[in-house]
Design a protein around this ligand. Structure first.
Ligand code: ZN
Length: 203
């Protein structure tokens, strides 16, 4: 399976990183080796001094498709989840400055936290789902899918122009504002509509 990630999909997050609003969604990939195994701590890699959490709504692809029309995109996913796109922000800034690809900053081992998935029928409106990330005692990120610049169905239509979507592929739909650094001994918990769907110990 592959992981397709969307960058800059929430206005306030674009502002906090002083990025420009893109004309099209920004896409990058993580390999399956990036998935943090369940119940495993995230170990801060030695090549970065600035690992950021980015909580993101996840969409699991349920059938093969290419050039999917937006109006049929809803037929290609049945489950929604929540995860973290761990980012080595210092490495990413270097890559961005030099115009280089982001893989070292975004696709390293353990950089993809994938929580439990839930049937989309459980949600009243896919485009109005609340999610949040708690770090230790405090809620650090609060998002709602209504604030996405590109909605889930638009993202599926867009990315499937470039990549054949296969069963089991996961789309990370971008992070809302509030990203920040993790330190060892931090404890992260993700909530989907108020229900805890993952937790990660940082080491
Ligand atoms: Zn992200």
């Amino acid at each position: 399976m592959k992981i397709i990630c969307i960058g800059r999909n929430y206005t306030e997050h674009i502002t906090e990183l002083a990025n420009e609003k893109p004309e099209d969604p920004i896409i990058f990939l993580k390999p399956d080796s990036a998935i943090l195994p369940k119940n495993t701590p995230f170990v801060i890699p030695t090549f970065s001094n600035d690992i950021h959490y980015e909580v993101e709504l996840l969409v699991k692809i349920s059938k093969v498709g290419k050039h999917i029309d937006e109006q049929f995109a809803h037929k290609y996913y049945e489950e929604i989840g929540l995860g973290i796109d761990f980012t080595a922000r210092d490495v990413q800034e270097k890559c961005k400055t030099k115009g280089l690809p982001w893989e070292k900053a975004k696709a390293f081992d353990g950089s993809a936290v994938i929580g439990n998935f839930y049937p989309k029928s459980q949600f009243k409106d896919i485009n109005n789902i609340n999610f949040s990330l708690q770090k230790n005692e405090a809620i650090v990120q609060n998002g709602n899918t209504s604030l996405m610049l590109w909605k889930i169905d638009e993202l599926i239509a867009f990315v499937s122009q470039f990549f054949t979507l296969k069963t089991g592929d996961v789309i990370f739909t971008g992070t809302p504002a509030g990203v920040g650094k993790v330190n060892s001994d931090d404890y992260l918990m993700g909530y989907l509509e108020g229900e805890k769907v993952f937790s990660v110990q940082i080491k």
